[in-house]
Design a protein around this ligand. Structure first.
Ligand code: DX5
Ligand code: ZN
Length: 223
């Protein structure tokens, strides 16, 4: 049985107050992971942050905390192999690369694992989920994008739920993550389709009271 996980996307935080903003969402008690969106301005038309920020954030959430927070790094970069060592050194726990960004996913997965990170692969909305199947046995998680990667605050694409359903049916024990536009009014189809790792940026970081949202999302994915 897979575990329900809420992973707030720090892209929606106020970067001038990143540590405090993250503490506030972690203090809800519903959050096990922080989702860290790394964008290179090439794979996606936006630049966000990289390993220096992850290094600083790791100091705010040490690994020896009573409840250590998993740093889930979503790498929207053209050369996924290039950043694995940096992300491991900075304090990342998992490394999600895009299927569309490499000619040799197996090689990337191998390198991620050699650096002691969990390996995950993401598919953009236009990529068939079947592309994941040859690699699934070696992956810790698959990320089904529910928006075009690059920006927070976009509209959830319900059509992507068919991919989630297929993955869940074929791999009952695999973590299946959804990312983009997840909120109280879109969580139901995602939970029903079988997603267990929910990334949510705008809906969690923007309201005054994140607990109200995180508990709703967590309940929805807790079967
Ligand atoms: C989009 C990112 C997402 C994004 C989610 O490229 O991968 O993680 O920050 O933000 P919301 O929840 O606002 O759609
Ligand atoms: Zn993301």
């Amino acid at each position: 049985m897979v575990k329900p996980i809420i992973a707030p996307s720090i892209l929606a935080a106020d970067f001038a107050n990143l540590g405090c903003n993250c503490k506030k969402v972690v203090d809800t008690g519903d959050v096990d992971w922080l989702h860290i969106d790394v964008m290179d301005g090439h794979f996606v038309p936006n630049i966000s942050l990289g390993s220096p920020v992850i290094t600083s954030l790791r100091k705010a959430f040490p690994r020896d905390d009573a409840k250590p927070i998993v740093f889930d790094c979503h790498m929207m970069v053209s050369e996924p192999e290039q950043w694995i060592a940096d992300i491991a050194k900075a304090g990342g726990d998992s490394y999600t690369f895009h299927f569309e960004a490499t000619k040799d996913p197996a090689k990337v997965i191998k390198k991620i694992k050699e650096h002691g990170l969990k390996a995950a692969m993401a598919v953009k909305p236009g990529t068939p989920v079947e592309e994941v199947y040859p690699y699934a046995a070696d992956l810790d998680m698959v990320l089904v994008m529910t928006v075009e990667p690059g920006f927070g605050g976009q509209k959830f694409m319900p059509d992507m739920m068919e991919k989630v359903e297929k993955l869940r049916a074929k791999y009952p024990n695999l973590d299946v993550q959804v990312d983009g536009g997840l909120a109280k009014d879109t969580i139901e189809p995602a939970a029903k389709a079988g997603a267990n790792v929910i990334v949510a940026g705008t809906s969690v970081f923007k309201p005054e009271d994140p607990k109200e949202v995180t508990s709703f999302l967590k309940d929805a994915v807790t079967k």
